[in-house]
Design a binder for this molecule. Structure first.
Ligand SMILES: [Zn+2]
Length: 149
């Protein structure tokens, strides 16, 4: 039976569950927006465990005691997981963090605007608030920088 794998779409955060065949694809089209959804990185691969010693360890990601790398790989495959090292270091995580940072910026910008405009008592106030947020002169001379860029 082919393993089930979760893929996360960085822009829209939709998780697409796919039955996949080996080799497990690094990405599939997002079921919602059609962009690349990336294999959810396995938590296990983020533990920097040294395989040089002979002792096994309890892997919280796998919820199992692992004695060596082969055993870990076998367990991961059985659970349909892919190590982060196999999809490029921190690739999916970076993509998610980047989109989180951008979303945070958008939220902050929306909050700032809401704050500014909610304090306005008149059209004149609103014009002043707008001028403060988006100075007309900067827009005209090309020095305006959008806070969300
Ligand atoms: Zn999507």
């Amino acid at each position: 039976m082919p393993p089930l794998a979760d893929y996360v779409c960085p822009p829209c955060r939709t998780v697409t569950e796919e039955l996949v065949n080996r080799p497990i694809p690094q990405y599939v089209p997002c079921e919602k927006c059609g962009q690349h959804a990336y294999k959810k990185p396995a938590v296990v691969a983020r533990t920097d465990h040294s395989w040089g010693d002979s002792h096994g360890y309890y892997d919280r990601g796998l919820k199992a005691y692992v004695n060596n790398r082969q055993e870990r790989d076998r367990l991961m495959e059985a659970k349909g997981l892919v190590g982060e090292e196999d999809v490029g270091k921190h690739f999916a995580v970076d993509a998610l963090e980047k989109s989180d940072a951008y979303n945070a910026k958008l939220d902050k910008n929306a909050d700032d605007m809401f704050d500014a405009f909610s304090k306005c008592r008149s059209i004149k106030d609103q014009e002043r608030a707008w001028e403060k947020l988006v100075p007309a002169e900067e827009v005209f001379n090309g020095t305006y920088k959008s806070p969300i860029d």
